[in-house]
Ligand binder design. Structure first.
Ligand code: FO1
Length: 309
C-alpha cells in the first residue's frame, strides 16, 4: 500500500491520524478533514476538526481537555465573559493566537486549505491536512427543541437535546478540495478513522461526487463504538436517540455499500460473525502513542490484503 487518504473528524480521528503520520510519510498519507463542525464565532473562523488534527500532529494537543492546545491559559475568554461577551465556547489564549492568524490569512484571500497549510508549516507539520472542501458546510442538528448549529448543540447545550436528524447546510454547493481530487488520481486506499459517522464522516462523504471519486478504491472503516460505548463524544447517545443499536455492527451498516473492510475492537471480536464483509478485531482503544501507531499498522496491513474492487 503506497498512498492512502484518511478521512477524519474529531478527537478519535485525530488519534489514528497521528499514528498514521508516524509510519507513513507526507507522500503516503493525506488527511481529508470534516468542516461541518466549523462556525463563525467572535468574528473568527473556528474549524474544530482541523484544530484538533493540527494540535495532534504537532504534539501540541491538550490531553486533559481532549481538544484545544497544551499548556493553555484562559485570560482572554474569562475577561471577555466579564465584559458580558460570549464565553461558553472556550478559546484559550494560545488557541486565540492560532485563530487570529487564520482570520488574517482568510482576510488576505487565502482559502481555508492555504491557511491550514501555512499554520501547519509553522507548527512543523509535514503532512497535508486538507479540509474536504473550501466551501462552507455547516452541520445543523435537528433536536426535540428545534434545529441547532453544531457547536451550539455540542458545546453550549452539552449534547443534551435528543437528536432526531442532521442537515449539512451548503453541502449541495460544496466542491471537493482540489488537493484531495489530485491525491485521488493515484491513491491506493481509503481509511475512515474512528470518527462519529453521523456528524464527522457524513459531511465528508456527502460532498457531491466524493463517494463516486473513491468508489473504485479499497475502503476500510474503524469503529468508534467499542463494547457498546463511544470512547469520546456523543456517538452512542445519538445512536440511541436515532433508534440505532449501539454496536460496532451498526457502524459498519452506516457505511454499507461503500466500505470493503471493517476494523472493530478486540472486545467486540464476536461480532465479526454478524458482518457480511471482511473484518479484523484488534486493540483499537488508543491511550498511548504506541496504541495509535499499532492501530495504524493494523489498518494499513488490512487494507493491503483487500483486493482492488
Ligand atoms: N469543546 C468543548 O467541549 N468546549 C469548548 O469550549 C470548546 C472550545 C473549542 C475551541 C476551539 C476548538 O477548535 C475546539 C473547541 N472545542 C470545545 C472542541 C470542539 O468543539 C469539539 O470537540 C468538536 O467540534 C467535536 O469534534
Amino acid at each position: 500500500m503506497a498512498k492512502i487518504l484518511a478521512l477524519t473528524g474529531g478527537v478519535g480521528g485525530a488519534k489514528l491520524a497521528l499514528g498514521l503520520s508516524k509510519i507513513l510519510g507526507p507522500e503516503e498519507v493525506m488527511f481529508a478533514v470534516n468542516v461541518g463542525d466549523d462556525f463563525e464565532h467572535l468574528g473568527l473562523h473556528i474549524s474544530p476538526d482541523i484544530d484538533s488534527l493540527t494540535y495532534a500532529l504537532s504534539g501540541e494537543n491538550n490531553q486533559e481537555l481532549g481538544w484545544g492546545r497544551a499548556g493553555e491559559t484562559w485570560q482572554f475568554i474569562e475577561t471577555l465573559g466579564g465584559l458580558g461577551g460570549e464565553a461558553w465556547f472556550r478559546l484559550g489564549d494560545k488557541d486565540l493566537a492560532l485563530h487570529m492568524r487564520r482570520a488574517q490569512l482568510l482576510k488576505d484571500n487565502k482559502t481555508l486549505t492555504q491557511a491550514t497549510a501555512e499554520i501547519a508549516a509553522h507548527m512543523g507539520i509535514k503532512h497535508t491536512m486538507a479540509p474536504i472542501s473550501d466551501d462552507p458546510i455547516r452541520t445543523m442538528v435537528n433536536t426535540a427543541n428545534g434545529e441547532l448549529a453544531f457547536q451550539h448543540y455540542f458545546v453550549r447545550e452539552q449534547c443534551k437535546p435528543a437528536v432526531t436528524g442532521f442537515r449539512f447546510e451548503g453541502i449541495e454547493q460544496a466542491k471537493i478540495n482540489p488537493a484531495i481530487k489530485a491525491w485521488l488520481q493515484d491513491c491506493d486506499g481509503v481509511i475512515i478513522c474512528p470518527s462519529n459517522p453521523f456528524v464527522s464522516v457524513a459531511p465528508i462523504l456527502q460532498v457531491p461526487g466524493f463517494k463516486q471519486a473513491i468508489a473504485h478504491l479499497p475502503i476500510i472503516a474503524v469503529s468508534p463504538i467499542v463494547a457498546g460505548m463511544a470512547l469520546k463524544g456523543p456517538a452512542a447517545k445519538m445512536m440511541q436517540e436515532l433508534q440505532i443499536p449501539t454496536t460496532a455492527k451498526a457502524i459498519a451498516d452506516q457505511y454499507e455499500g461503500l466500505i470493503n473492510g471493517f476494523v472493530l475492537d478486540e472486545t467486540d471480536a464476536q461480532s465479526i460473525g454478524d458482518l457480511t464483509l471482511p473484518a479484523i478485531a484488534t486493540q483499537s482503544v488508543m491511550v498511548t502513542l504506541e496504541d495509535r501507531v499499532g492501530l495504524a499498522r493494523e489498518c494499513i496491513r488490512f487494507l493491503d490484503t483487500l483486493q482492488s474492487k
